[in-house]
Design a protein around this ligand. Structure first.
Ligand code: GLA
Length: 403
């Protein structure tokens, strides 16, 4: 399903963004969009993820090596570091939280060694600190790591999640027995709705089976790509696939190019570019590093509230490509206040100047524009040209407002 660079050149138009509420409780704007909602999809749940979900997930840094203690330490760091105030809200368990077998009643059970107090206790810990808990399952007979899957157990498992206080489900695609994805993912969507608990629902079928066309009707987000890796090449591959899908995104319905690799070995320029691109694409911002030991540089990238504000802008538009030429990319994301976020990317391996104009990014004509640099945190003006000299894999991100 990977698209080529050339296929990418096809798109370009305008967009818009949104704003983030920095507190734990999600703000519920008056009339969230209900794009594509049909049938039995959960009307109350449609008020969730009005802006792209933000939080943390252990998979990218730890894979199966997670336990209650490290999750709680991560929660503590999210609070003490200010990431909670910056908008990070969901603390998400991934694969391997379970015991290898269901219990006698057929219910899922937490691994007794990794999570000795059960998932309810983790949820209580998370909730007591103003955050929310996410969990993982697969729409198959097993998870990717081989733990019990939810295919055929949708309602029982959704009821377990709700009873434990789970707020978010990432629903994977392993061991799916060839049952059409749309059926399998609808079954869990309906089961979650039937619990009556608001639970953010993320489809993780790697962009397959045309999910961008039916995902918005039943879920708040859907993976659009194969798994991310902590390499520049894979980050850019996920970006180049996802950036083409701007038409599919809207409030409570987001394209998901996978979790962040910031802090996992990318250079600082690459990490900033990764974070800038995800924010410009209104992607979920799910940190995937060990926050307990993260460097100040990593925490500064993840905690850049000016970039986060672009991701979370209430207009809810995914940024679109304005130019994708020889690895020198320009993206534009319209924002609710009439400004536009402009992201310039040097995807090449040598220094380069990337430039565009206010007209090209869709801004109205004006004699002067205010240009806020979202990484340097400085404000300048322009008569219409936007340009930056960028190191290899570097980027610049601006909020441009007609004066
Ligand atoms: C799949 C998903 C990943 C992760 C693993 C867990 O590969 O795409 O994000 O959840 O399974 O096994």
């Amino acid at each position: 399903m990977r698209k080529t660079w050339a296929a990418l050149l096809a798109t370009a138009l305008s967009t818009v963004p949104l704003f983030l509420s920095p507190t734990a409780a999600p703000a519920a704007p008056a009339a969230p969009a209900t794009v594509g909602v049909t049938g039995t999809a959960m009307p109350d749940a449609r008020r969730l993820a009005v802006t792209p979900p933000m939080g943390w997930n252990g998979w990218n840094a730890f894979a199966c090596e997670v336990d209650q203690r490290m999750v709680e330490e991560t929660v503590d760091k999210i609070v003490s570091s200010g990431l909670r105030s910056a908008g990070y809200e969901y603390v998400n368990l991934d694969d391997c939280w379970m015991a290898p077998e269901r219990d006698a009643a057929g219910g899922l059970v937490a691994d007794p060694v990794r999570f000795p107090d059960g998932i309810r206790a983790v949820a209580d810990y998370v909730h007591a600190r103003g955050l929310k808990l996410g969990i993982y399952e697969s729409a198959g007979t097993g998870t990717c790591a081989g733990f019990p899957g939810s295919l055929g157990h949708e309602q029982q498992d959704a009821d377990s999640f709700a009873s434990w206080g789970v707020d978010y489900l990432k629903y994977d695609n392993c061991r799916n027995q060839g049952v059409p994805a749309r059926e399998r993912y609808r079954a869990m969507s309906d089961a979650l709705a039937a619990t009556g608990r608001p639970i953010v629902y993320g489809i993780c079928n790697w962009g397959l089976e045309d999910v961008v066309h039916w995902g918005p009707a039943m879920a708040h987000l859907w993976r659009t790509t194969t798994d991310i890796l902590p390499t520049w090449e894979q980050v850019m591959d996920n970006y180049r696939n996802n950036v083409q899908l701007a038409d599919q995104a809207s409030p409570s319905a987001w394209n998901d190019p996978d979790m962040l690799e910031v802090g996992n070995g990318l250079t600082e320029d690459e990490a900033r570019t990764h974070f800038s691109l995800w924010a410009t694409m209104a992607a979920p911002l799910i940190a995937g590093t060990d926050l307990r030991t993260a460097s100040p540089e990593t925490m500064a990238v993840l905690g850049n509230t000016e970039v986060i504000a672009v991701d979370q802008d209430r207009l809810g538009k995914q940024g679109r490509p304005v130019a994708l030429e020889g690895g020198l990319d320009v993206l534009a994301k319209p924002l609710a206040d009439g400004s536009t976020a402009v992201t310039l990317v040097n995807g090449t391996d040598h220094p380069a100047t990337v430039s565009t104009t206010a007209a090209a990014v869709g801004l109205p004509a004006a004699s002067r524009y205010t240009v806020r640099d979202l990484w340097k945190h400085s404000t300048g003006t322009s008569t219409g040209t936007l340009a930056a000299e960028l190191p290899p894999h570097g980027s610049a991100m601006y909020r441009v407002t007609p004066a």
